[in-house]
Design a protein around this ligand. Sequence first.
Ligand SMILES: [Zn+2]
Length: 415
Amino acid sequence: MRDIDLYQMLLGLTPPWRVTSVEVAPPGTGSVLGEITVRVEYPSSEKLHCPDCEAIVPGYDSRPRRWRHLNTMQWKTFIESDVPRVNCPSHGVKQARVSWAEDQSRFTALFEAFTIDVLMAVRSKVQAEQLTGISWDQVDRVMSRAVARGLDRRRIEAIPYLGIDEKSFGKGHDYASVLCDLTGRRVLDVVPERTKAAATVLFQRIPEAQRATVVAVAMDMWPSFMEARADVLPQAEVVHDKFHVVRELTRAVDTVRKGEHRQLKRDGQPDVLKKTKYLWLKNPENWTENQRAHFESLKIDALQVGRAWSIKEAFEGFWEYRYARSARKFFDRWYFWATHSRLPAVIEAARTLKRHLPGLLAYCRHRITNAVAEGMNSKIQLIKANARGFRNFENYRAAILFHCGGLSLYPHGTR
Ligand SMILES: [Zn+2]
């Protein structure tokens, strides 16, 4: 078999494209591993098509192009071609489509697919750079193109349950807002900051037809998110995220502990609260044997923090209700207890919960939380840790959508 026939077959070229020569630059001549350049040609006698409308159109001129392809053994392999440009009466001068690469890319579609696989496996552009042998910027462009492709292909399907959450981004106190499809367990989009304007933009990125399918949005008690939801998704209910609500109560317990600890010291009382911080914060189900014994040795009813803790633990019952009316009754009893505790931090937390009661009661109906988004957190943390090269927010967004967006990333026909 001749080399040009072999490469014609290996490349899977569609006629009339054909291989006209295979040039070999052995190791040492410019490249350590040696390079192979496959010349490909479109015969001038063949009809040309407009890439936009497929009409047969006259040729215009041609442009030399070169693409990196998958290696042949350990040899770096390139395709070179003078690609015809056509002059379409409706679309103007356009480069004819080639079957092995997308429009603007300097890589063949198969090489891009390989780079995508590498990025998925290593999650770091620096490592992908080393494994593929292309530059960081080129890896970055492959990623951006993959994300653009995926966003383009996203279908308008129902997204009944969404979650919006904040993530810290960068080194300082910069925040990003992340929107998740809770049912599809994927990130829909990310914007900088966590203001009302930012959240509004984020919700508006959902195509209008799809917005109408949103039934409820899980979120913390951050006013900006609530206001943006009211503006853009008026029909969707707010469901306050269970974990954020519990955190509010946990914080109150900790405030009470600190105050009481100081008080005991000031009064010269025995330091019974020493080393108890995590005892109060931890879920009792996760206590160690020692922690359980320690807890049982404390007379919790005589302690302020013990009372605060009991009130917090009692609230767990709220999440069991399936009917808003029963949940409301439970809340009212609990609220009475909490607000008569004479513990200012607990009273304040209870009032915060009362102000957000509709969003708490909505949990009974929808039973959604931001756990999906929280689960995504570890992935996003890893992306951040590997992101020494995050030069701007768009890079951060692309990486999140690439790894957590559930997108169809590969060039057409490669997977
Ligand atoms: Zn056309």
